[in-house]
Design a protein around this ligand. Structure first.
Ligand SMILES: [Cu+2]
Length: 67
């Protein structure tokens, strides 16, 4: 079951690709799929979701704290 993070600031396919790459690099072996319309990224197989969130923030996007 993938974990889903909200991502703010994605406006185009280029952003979606950047977020996907950042997420997958932060969690080796994971698969990230971005839903641009919803502003979400689903990450499957990531042991450390906090590291994924940090990497996405570092790439220039906003990840709101989880509710
Ligand atoms: Cu973009």
């Amino acid at each position: 079951m993938p974990s889903v993070l909200k991502v703010e600031g994605m406006t185009c396919e280029g952003c979606a690709r950047s977020v996907k790459k950042a997420a997958e690099r932060a969690a080796p072996g994971s698969t990230a799929s971005v839903d641009l319309a919803k502003g979400e990224v689903a990450v499957a197989g990531a042991a450390d979701l906090a590291a994924v969130a940090a990497a996405i923030r570092k790439a220039g996007y906003k990840v709101p704290a989880e509710a």
